[in-house]
Every structure is written in structure tokens, then in C-alpha cells.
Design a protein around this ligand. Structure first.
Ligand SMILES: Cc1ncc(COP(=O)(O)O)c(C=O)c1O
Length: 368
């Protein structure tokens, strides 16, 4: 169906930056620079500097960035790793794929891990924790790092949705042993396909992850340091991301301005809950703008009819997915939130008129 406002609009971004996209393509194709080349090195350096970590290692996806982190940290059979169910399945998948056991705790109204539930979930088997900075809003990393230090746990920050977000002035993915990003097209920084990256300050972990991503090779193709995988960030994607990163700060400011418009336009409706505010210790990048409403499915149908494209992430809480066998966890807020959430259109190319149209469409549902 044709929408008046799309949930994301990739062709619009391409049209706005066509010359730059095309010249990246031409440069890479005419140079034949495809695998582990200069553009990747440059991109890794820029992201490491931006996030404030010593190393950044480009990999194929955010999923692989999580998995390689978990393997490098030695998560394995017999280990428990604490995380949330209100996340993309890859967060929990990384734990399971290593043979470790996920321990799921509930979230709070900011959609992130309830830090007050962490200590009760720790046992003698707990090896690590994966906080997820959902929707571009940081977890309370002060509290998490205090617990981590007390119990000597390992931390992978799932910052797949949070490049640029900060807690107390420090960027997400710079607190933990590793922090990961996804460059899936719809992400705050997205490529024309899949991409991911691991940040770390630890030289040993960095070397392991570099070896893992390229079948055990780091310095030379003749020297294999370990068995690994083939999961490098393609140089073409790195070049696209490098070009797009020039606009990143400006795009984040636009996302924050759109969020402010939503916040002002949608406040004062008692049946509607708006996302956490980006103030005080929190600098948000608004990967998503997620509203909550008890009559979610009716609001969804109304927005469809009004030709506003929206998304529900996630309708079925992860621990309720039958094949994952995780329904031993009781997570009441996670379950309630999966029945209430709707993500509104949120990207820098949205016009003020489109944002106004979405606001009006939502308001009309509540105010007749
Ligand atoms: C919170 C979270 N973790 C992990 C991932 C996995 O990233 P990718 O799709 O690049 O594998 C995503 C992507 O949707 C995500 O949103």
C-alpha cells in the first residue's frame, strides 16, 4: 500500500546524497578495493576515536559482533549470562550460540534493563552481562559497572541501536569489555546492506576478535593464530559508512529535533505513554521513537488507515517465543510492554510536515 509517511525512506536519502553515494561506488569499483582495505581501516579509526575506545573492529553484522565478543570473553557451557528479553533475538542468541545459558531479567519503563534486578539474578555460575541500550537510550551504566566490579563479571554492551548515545557524558560501547554496533540500513548509521563493529579498550580481546573475523589471520595470511570465521566488514560498506559518518552529528541533531516535535505534539494525552526524556545523565540518539498505549492494536489499525507506516518491536516478547524455550522467566513489564508498543517514523530525512501529519494522525485517535 502507498503510505503518506514511510517508516524509513532509503530512496529519499539516496536522492539527497546521490553524487556522494555514486562516487563512493565508482572509487571502490575502479580501485578494486573490496576486502580489509584502507576505507575499513579509516572507518574503524574514526569510530574508535568517536566512541572513545582504543580499538574498533569492523565485522559483518551486529549479530556477529555480539557472538565474537562472547567467544572472545570465553562464555561457554556452564556459564550464565544476564540480559533482557525486550531486545532483538541476536542479543540472547549470542549467549546460546556459545553454549552458555541466558538469564533474563525485566526492564523498566525506559525499555532498558532494570538494574535493581541484576544482583538477585547473579549466581556462582554468572560470567557476564549484556546490557542493551535500546532505541538509542543508554542503560544506567554507573550502576551496572558497580555491580560488574563487585562480582567480577564481563560486560558486552549491546549498542546496536545506540551509536552516539551517552550516559554521564561517556559514549555507549565504551564502558564494557566490549561494545557492539549494527550498521543495518535502518540504524542511526546504516549501510546499504549488513554491517557491524566491536569496540574495546582491551588489546588481547581486540587481537582475538580481529583473528576470529578473518579465519584466524591478523598479521599475515601465512600465520593462523586460531580457528575463526569469515565475518569482515566489506570495504565497500566501510566506504559508504565513512561518507555517511560525515553527516552523522547533523543527523542525530535532526532525530533529536523530530523527537522534540513528537514530545510536544503528543503530550497531554492520558492514554498515551511517551518514551523517556533525553535529559540529565542521558543523551539519546533516537534510533526509534516508541510510544505505548493500551489500545495498541486499534491505534495501529487507525494509523494504517491514515497511511502512516509504523512498526511494532516486538509483539512477542523473546522469552515467549516457543522454540527458544525461555518461558521459565517471568517478566511482567516486558510482557505488558510488548502488548503496548508502537514505533513511529523516525529518521533525519522526515520533513516537519510529515512529523506534523503523524502527530495529527495519533492525536485524532484519542481526541475526537
Ligand atoms: C538491540 C540489537 N542487538 C543486535 C542487533 C543485531 O544487529 P544486526 O542486524 O546487524 O545483526 C540488532 C539489530 O537489529 C539490535 O537492534
Amino acid at each position: 500500500m502507498a503510505y503518506k509517511v514511510r517508516f524509513v525512506n532509503y530512496p529519499r536519502q539516496y536522492q539527497q546524497l546521490k553524487k556522494e553515494f555514486d562516487s563512493v561506488f565508482e572509487e571502490i569499483m575502479s580501485g578494486g578495493d573490496f576486502i580489509l582495505r584502507r576505507h575499513l581501516e579509516e572507518f574503524e579509526k574514526r569510530i574508535a576515536d568517536y566512541v572513545g575506545t582504543k580499538h574498533a573492529i569492523g565485522v559483518n553484522t551486529g549479530t556477529d559482533a555480539l557472538y565474537l565478543s562472547a567467544r572472545a570473553l570465553g562464555f561457554g557451557p556452564g556459564d550464565e549470562v544476564i540480559t533482557v528479553a525486550h531486545t532483538f533475538v541476536a542479543t540472547v542468541g549470542a549467549i546460546v550460540q556459545c553454549g552458555a545459558t541466558p538469564v533474563l531479567i525485566d526492564i523498566t519503563d525506559d525499555f532498558n534493563m532494570d538494574v535493581n534486578q541484576i544482583e538477585a539474578a547473579i549466581t556462582s555460575k554468572t560470567k557476564g552481562i549484556i546490557p542493551v541500550h535500546l532505541n538509542g537510550h543508554a542503560c544506567n551504566m554507573k550502576k551496572i559497572m558497580e555491580i560488574v566490579e563487585k562480582y567480577r563479571l564481563k560486560v558486552i554492551e549491546d549498542a546496536a541501536q545506540a551509536l552516539g548515545a551517552k550516559f554521564k557524558g561517556k559514549r555507549c560501547a565504551s564502558f564494557g569489555d566490549t561494545g557492539i554496533f549494527s550498521f543495518y540500513p535502518a540504524k542511526v548509521l546504516g549501510t546499504a546492506g549488513d554491517g557491524g563493529l566491536v569496540c574495546t579498550n582491551d588489546d588481547t580481546l581486540a587481537r582475538k576478535i580481529r583473528a576470529f573475523r578473518d579465519n584466524g589471520r591478523v598479521e599475515s595470511v601465512d600465520e593462523i593464530e586460531c580457528f575463526g570465521w569469515c565475518t569482515r566488514l566489506d570495504n565497500l560498506h566501510a566506504a559508504i559508512l565513512n561518507m555517511k559518518f560525515n553527516y552523522f552529528e547533523q543527523w542525530i541533531e535532526r532525530r533529536r529535533a523530530v523527537a522534540k516535535m513528537y514530545e510536544e505534539g503528543l503530550s497531554g494525552i492520558p492514554e498515551l505513554l511517551l518514551p523517556p526524556r533525553s535529559d540529565g545523565d542521558y543523551f539519546d540518539v533516537y534510533q526509534n521513537y516508541v510510544i505505548r498505549c493500551k489500545k495498541r492494536d486499534e491505534l495501529l489499525a487507525h494509523l494504517q488507515k491514515t497511511e502512516v507506516e509504523v512498526l511494532v518491536s516486538w509483539r512477542v516478547a523473546m522469552h515467549k517465543q516457543k522454540v527458544l524455550s525461555l518461558d521459565r522467566f517471568k517478566l511482567p513489564l516486558t510482557e505488558r510492554i510488548s502488548a503496548e508498543v508502537i514505533s513511529l517514523p523516525m529518521y533525519p530525512e522526515l520533513t516537519d510536515e510529515e512529523v506534523g501529519f503523524v502527530i495529527e494522525a495519533v492525536r485524532k485517535f484519542f481526541i475526537h
